[in-house]
Design a protein around this ligand. Structure first.
Ligand SMILES: O=c1ccn([C@@H]2O[C@H](COP(=O)(O)OP(=O)(O)O[C@H]3O[C@H](CO)[C@@H](O)[C@H](O)[C@H]3O)[C@@H](O)[C@H]2O)c(=O)[nH]1
Ligand SMILES: [Mn+2]
Length: 727
């Protein structure tokens, strides 16, 4: 470990060792892929032979899979691991730590209950960091007086909560999460614990009952002048800008600085004005915070992602303030964990491989993506400044404006979040988060990296943030549709990692971005692969080499070796065997029932028919749905097109399997089995993976089953597929 400029570094980096075997593995699979393509070219059916088009399609699919597999190796190639030294940071910068502004976004009091939102707010207010340097902003795109009321309650509860957290050094600092744990509090603070638990439960009751009733009572309205903002006709889609400083860090009466600054805001909304979703909210917070404190470091969390580790601000600063490398770092992304993952994770929500492998590899190529929640930014890079090597970077603090009253500050801030403020400015384009893309985070992070900055990935032992993962298949698919659509659009946008990123980011990072940006495209070859070979099997037409043929080897090798590799890798990062099997299923469903819609909507957007939308992921569900979720029973339920696709593929493969086998054994003769083995395996695997679908159609009676109507459509479609003439 080197001493930099006479000072010990604030963080260190370790590189994964023993990569010889991995590289050998990659080479061997590359060879197998090439042989498969050679086989396809050499054995193309001659004129008059059956299955020419199918053969052509399969060749295309295999070219794509091969190409995509090569791309994905960038997310395995060179993982790095970071470790911070917070004690050195504190010794060196004790009184010179920068101001930190935390941005929390919420948008819908129904899907994102106020009690959940304020738990997140309280957790970030309680960071182990000088409170006078900490400010928390809640942007409410739902413009809900109930959320405002909840935040007001939180501002009062914080007076007891924050000293309690700091005195007993408890984790996590979301009171809701903390009190959910079966514990009797700190050994030396049982009475304090009981007091504060009572306080919390009182507050929770008041907030949830108000949320259930849907109105803030008149008594409560008298508690704060801020409620007057809702006196008129304010609705979520149509209202004036609101800024309310609930706790003012400049407050002379609060010289003890127990509490950080706390601000509620709702940018102006008008029905005919586009508000750009979360990106618009973030940019509004960038401006309002610049008026109030202008912290040099910004932390962004979604309203369901509470801080689970009160030390991560200091971790992030170890990167930003490192004398040697800190000046070129724009953002520090932490992994997003979820507190509602079940053991075998039927929806693949844990993203374990992404968090434990991919992002470390991205870091090795110069920087992970910005993925929204759980990311620390340097304000100036988020504002669009290019990295300038010649400038020395100090976090200069702006003097606090002690002359203005809070009221005056609020009025000034409101002017920054009117609908027209951004007209004829570079906001949403060169400045702040980018507009027009369903993954505003990824595209913004990419453009920051293209401005010459680096980013880093920090994955601490105790997870930094815990959020709520979706609990129904529909919501999971919707989320993946939004992500894959957004990523695909980055590729088509001005900020494409391929063209725009050329020479601005490393080649490895370009490949990583391409891997994610091209996810949506993988849907087409996958659909092809799970539909065409089974149908051809049913008609007795072979599309793969005979088992006894040596051309069978590259197929067998590629499949078994890559599967074994990911099996080992997955077990290493903590998947259960069943969880891994579930992961394969969800892998398939994303490609069948989420990504195709991403492609379709992107096409509509390209020709100008549709605009991008942002469907907010629900963070609450009914008790019945939750019960099934706990039992890991997949929630289908609605009769939607994605489920029709899933059910059709699921119904088609066993039909093909059974009828095809019957043809083989009875009509054509067992001798042909060898030439059909590959197709038999495809049918078999697709059938096995879909066992929950058959159960959902035939056995289940609960509301999460697949509606009979959907099953009938799938049967009909399967019949059509069977009856269609083949080439
Ligand atoms: O008009 C909007 C829509 C959403 N949000 C907020 O954005 C956050 C993310 O929305 P959510 O529905 O939870 O989406 P997820 O799919 O869980 O979000 C992931 O993916 C998004 C991009 O698709 C990122 O913005 C998020 O930070 C990232 O956590 C939430 O706090 C919302 O309240 C707004 O503030 N305004
Ligand atoms: Mn979310």
């Amino acid at each position: 470990m080197g001493v930099r400029g006479g000072k010990l570094p604030l963080f260190e980096t370790k590189v994964k060792k023993g990569r010889k075997w991995y590289k050998l593995y990659v080479l061997s699979v590359l060879l197998a892929i090439s042989l498969i393509l050679v086989y396809r070219a050499l054995h193309f059916p001659t004129n008059g032979e059956k299955g020419r088009w199918a053969w052509f399609g399969l060749s295309m699919a295999e070219i794509w899979f091969g190409f995509y597999w090569i791309l994905t190796q960038s997310t395995r190639w060179n993982p790095v691991y970071r470790h911070t030294f917070k004690d050195r940071l504190l010794m060196r910068y004790k009184d010179n730590l920068p101001a930190v502004d935390v941005f929390v976004c919420t948008a819908d009091p129904k899907k994102e209950p106020p009690i959940m939102v304020i738990n997140t707010v309280l957790s970030v207010m309680a960071y182990e960091y000088p409170t006078k340097k900490l400010s928390v902003y809640l942007s409410d795109d739902g413009c809900s007086d109930i959320t405002f009321y909840a935040l007001l309650e939180a501002s009062r509860f914080a007076e007891a909560w924050i000293p309690f957290c700091k005195k007993y050094k408890i984790e996590p600092r979301s009171p809701g999460a903390y009190f959910k744990e079966p514990s009797f509090g700190p050994d030396d603070g049982l009475l304090d614990w009981m007091d504060i638990k009572r306080l919390y439960e009182g507050m929770e009751n008041r907030i949830t009952s108000m949320a259930n009733s849907g109105v803030v009572s008149d008594d409560m309205r008298k508690l704060h002048r801020g409620f007057s903002e809702w006196n008129g006709t304010a609705t979520a889609r149509d209202h004036n800008p609101i800024v309310q400083i609930l706790i003012d860090g400049r407050d002379r009466a609060r010289e003890d600085h127990v509490l950080p600054t706390l601000v509620y805001m709702a940018r102006e909304k008008r029905p005919n004005q586009h508000h750009n979703f979360k990106a618009g909210a973030m940019n509004s917070m960038l401006r309002v915070s610049s008026e109030i404190r202008n912290g040099a470091i910004i932390l962004n969390v979604d309203c369901d992602m509470y801080s689970n580790n009160s030390e991560t601000i200091k971790d992030a600063l170890c990167f930003f303030m490192d004398e040697e490398q800190g000046h070129e770092i724009a953002f520090i992304q932490l992994p997003q964990h979820y507190n509602n993952i079940t053991k075998n994770d039927p929806y693949g929500n844990s993203f374990q491989a992404l968090k434990e492998i991919d992002f470390h590899a991205l870091d090795g190529h110069g920087g992970p993506m910005y993925i929204g929640s759980g990311c620390y930014h340097r304000r100036e890079s988020l504002l669009g400044k290019k990295y300038d090597q010649t400038k020395t970077r100090e976090f200069v603090e702006r003097e606090r404006d002690y002359k203005s009253t809070s009221l005056a500050l609020e009025e000034r801030a409101k002017n920054l979040i009117t609908c027209n403020f951004e007209d004829n400015t570079q906001w949403g384009n060169e400045v702040g988060l980018k507009y027009g893309c369903p993954v505003e985070d990824a595209i913004t992070g990419l453009s920051i990296q293209c401005n010459g900055w680096k980013s880093m990935y920090f994955n601490p032992q105790q997870g930094g943030f815990l959020g709520v993962a979706p609990v129904t298949l529909q919501h999971v698919l919707m989320q993946h549709k939004r992500w894959s659509e957004g990523e695909f659009q980055i590729l088509l946008s001005k900020y494409s990692p391929i063209s725009y990123g050329h020479k601005k980011i490393t080649f490895g990072l370009q490949m990583c971005y391409a891997t994610y940006c091209l996810r949506a495209v993988c849907s087409i070859p996958t659909l092809y692969y799970v539909i065409i070979p089974p149908i051809y099997f049913l008609h007795g037409i072979s599309l793969f080499p005979d088992v006894s043929d040596s051309w069978f080897l590259p197929f067998a090798y590629a499949i078994t070796v890559t599967s074994t590799y990911s099996l080992i890798e997955s077990l290493e990062v903590g998947y259960t065997l069943k969880g891994l099997w579930n992961e394969q299923r969800i892998w398939l469903y994303k490609r069948l029932a989420a990504y195709p819609f991403a492609l379709f909507d992107t096409a509509l957007k390209q020709i100008g028919i549709a605009k991008s939308a942002f469907v907010i992921t629900a963070k609450v569900a009914s008790d019945e749905v939750l019960k099934r979720y706990e039992k890991e029973i997949i929630e289908f339920g609605s009769a939607s097109v994605p489920f029709v696709i899933i059910a059709t593929v699921a119904v088609l493969s066993p039909i093909c399997l059974i009828m095809g086998l019957w043809m083989l054994l009875v009509v054509q003769g067992v001798g042909l089995m060898g030439s059909m083995l590959a197709q038999v395996i495809i049918c078999g695997v697709v059938t096995l993976i879909n066992l929950p679908v058959y159960e959902a159609i035939l056995v289940r009676q609960d509301a999460g089953r697949i509606p009979t109507f959907v099953a009938l459509i799938s049967l009909t479609l399967s019949y059509v597929a069977y009856a269609l003439p083949l080439d």
